[in-house]
Design a protein around this ligand. Structure first.
Ligand code: DGI
Ligand code: FE
Ligand code: FE
Length: 197
């Protein structure tokens, strides 16, 4: 692997030390799925592997640790106490500032892997979808979503976003602006692709 990073061994140790066993397994699953999707859809396989492997590096921090990183890196105050949204932003900062990862595309794909965003890059889409369809996931429609991800990455993004928005809405939870913008953006992208056919 030739992704630039100051100390790959230390990064690997940090990942192992900070993830629970099941989260570590998930991360290996996302790496493998991200490579598969990158190959199928023409994204950079090395970047996909790296981003997939480390995307959840901050996921298992306790709230106090997460909040201290949110403050350390001057991230938005709304992330305080919100591990679900903070872990992707904090993860990208840790990769950049503590392990010298300089590749913006990798950092952004980690940063937006939870919410997605408008104008997603191909790598953003690969990581966003791989996170949800990796082989260790256990929900009942996994086969359907994997097949969709292999055939049509934009449509997979859309259906995952629709599912997330529906599920958060039914729980009365706030939907991040990036998630709503991502949905509108991908709807348009699909429309334009169909018109161009
Ligand atoms: O870290 P993973 O579990 O692998 O997956 P993830 O990074 O997609 O995180 C899923 C969590 O993020 C789940 O608890 C729902 C939450 N989430 C995703 N989009 C939004 C969101 N939470 C809020 N409040 N708003 C969102 O738009
Ligand atoms: Fe995550
Ligand atoms: Fe994940």
């Amino acid at each position: 692997m030739s992704i630039n990073c100051t100390n790959r061994d230390a990064l690997e140790d940090f990942l192992r030390a900070n993830l629970k066993e099941s989260r570590y397994r998930h991360s290996m699953g996302v790496e493998e799925m991200a490579v598969r999707l990158a190959r199928l859809h023409g994204a950079d396989e090395e970047k996909a592997a790296f981003a997939g492997r480390y995307h959840d590096i901050a996921k298992n921090f306790d709230t106090e640790t997460m909040d201290s990183y949110v403050r350390k890196y001057g991230l938005p105050e709304k992330l305080i106490g919100n591990n679900a949204l903070a872990h992707s932003k904090v993860g990208a900062e840790i990769l950049e500032h503590e392990f010298g990862v300089a590749d913006k595309e990798i950092l952004d794909s980690v940063r937006y892997h939870t919410t997605a965003r408008m104008d997603m890059t191909l790598l953003d889409e690969v990581i966003f979808v791989a996170d949800v369809v990796e082989d260790n996931r256990t929900y009942s429609d996994l086969d359907y979503y994997q097949d969709l991800a292999y055939r049509d990455l934009d449509q997979a993004c859309l259906e995952i976003l629709e599912y997330t928005i529906g599920s958060l809405t039914s729980k009365g939870m706030e939907i991040d602006k990036d998630t709503l913008e991502a949905r509108d953006w991908v709807v348009n992208k699909i429309k334009e692709t169909e018109n161009g056919k």
